[in-house]
Design a protein around this ligand. Structure first.
Ligand SMILES: NC(=O)c1ccc[n+]([C@@H]2O[C@H](COP(=O)([O-])OP(=O)(O)OC[C@H]3O[C@@H](n4cnc5c(N)ncnc54)[C@H](O)[C@@H]3O)[C@@H](O)[C@H]2O)c1
Length: 258
């Protein structure tokens, strides 16, 4: 019996990177997977790769920073498969930004995506789970940046820190409804998000010298999207039935060597 047979899983930002690796893993493990993302092109490409894996995959164009769109996406999911068991709040963006030059509009976009998007997805997913009395699991994809300082990243780090508190507080409050809420905090993972201003930070000399050569990352390498996906699936599974409100680093040990 596959681990997620008969279950429905939504992955936001699930067409690329960690989200896509997660969508594929859940599909391979028997779930009906819904990808909610902004780009139709990426979404349809990802959907075409999920179809041969089985289940009833679906792509729903969604900007998670739009409450109405999130509500509609969750309603569509429940109409499509009749249930919702796992919500993965993964959508995010990163760009370097000088704090004093940041515009309110861009700051809001980051918070709308990372904090408010996760808030709306958690709220409407929980209501859908609660309606059916089946409980469920929610996994928030945070970052080790949620609990450390970094230059040029006030918007992103503040949003991820807020997301971590959302994880803890909603876990406490929604426990009586049978909903487990946890997070993962990736370190350096090899995805499109590592390309900043056209430069892949994982291929720079400073990354290779400091993080790898000097073993600032004890495992001395960046992680793969699949290595985050497997932890997300673990947190969603019955094997994690007594884990609640925690945020697991998936960072090759980086957060232990600050
Ligand atoms: N790659 C890393 O090193 C790293 C490190 C720490 C945390 N993370 C986190 O992992 C998650 C996945 O990132 P990734 O590395 O796979 O990068 P990615 O850019 O491949 O994935 C992010 C996805 O979110 C989507 N997205 C952005 N804004 C959206 C919105 N408003 N509505 C819907 N979808 C939206 C993007 O289109 C993209 O598909 C993010 O939450 C990111 O913060 C990544």
């Amino acid at each position: 019996m596959k681990r997620f047979a008969g279950k429905t899983v939504i992955v936001t930002g699930g067409a690329t990177g960690i989200g896509f690796a997660t969508a594929k893993l859940f599909a391979v493990e028997g779930a009906d997977v819904v990808i909610a993302g902004r780009s139709e092109t990426n979404g349809m490409k990802a959907l075409n790769e999920l179809i041969p894996l089985g289940g009833k995959p679906l792509f729903i164009p969604t900007d998670v920073g739009d409450e109405t769109a999130v509500q509609r996406m969750i309603e569509q999911t429940v109409v499509h498969t009749g249930r919702l068991d796992v919500m993965v709040n993964n959508a995010a963006m990163f760009y370097e930004s000088v704090f004093l030059q940041e515009t309110t509009e861009r700051w809001r976009e980051v918070f709308d995506t990372i904090v408010n998007g996760s808030y709306w997805c958690t709220k409407y997913a929980s209501l859908a789970m609660f309606d059916r009395q089946i409980g469920g699991a929610i996994i928030n994809v945070s970052s080790i940046n949620g609990y450390r300082a970094l230059n040029l990243s006030s918007h992103y780090n503040a949003a991820k820190g807020a997301l971590d508190q959302l994880t803890r507080c909603t876990a406490a409050e929604l426990s009586p409804h049978g909903i487990r809420i946890n997070g993962v905090a990736p370190g350096f993972i090899d995805t499109g998000l590592s390309v900043i201003g056209g430069i892949n930070e994982l291929e720079t000399d400073w990354f290779k010298d400091y993080y790898v050569g000097m073993r600032k990352i004890p495992l001395a390498r960046p992680g793969l999207p699949e290595e985050v996906a497997s932890v997300i699936a673990f947190l969603a599974s019955d094997a994690a039935s007594y884990i609640q409100g925690t945020i697991l680093p998936v960072d090759g040990g980086l957060s232990t060597t600050f």
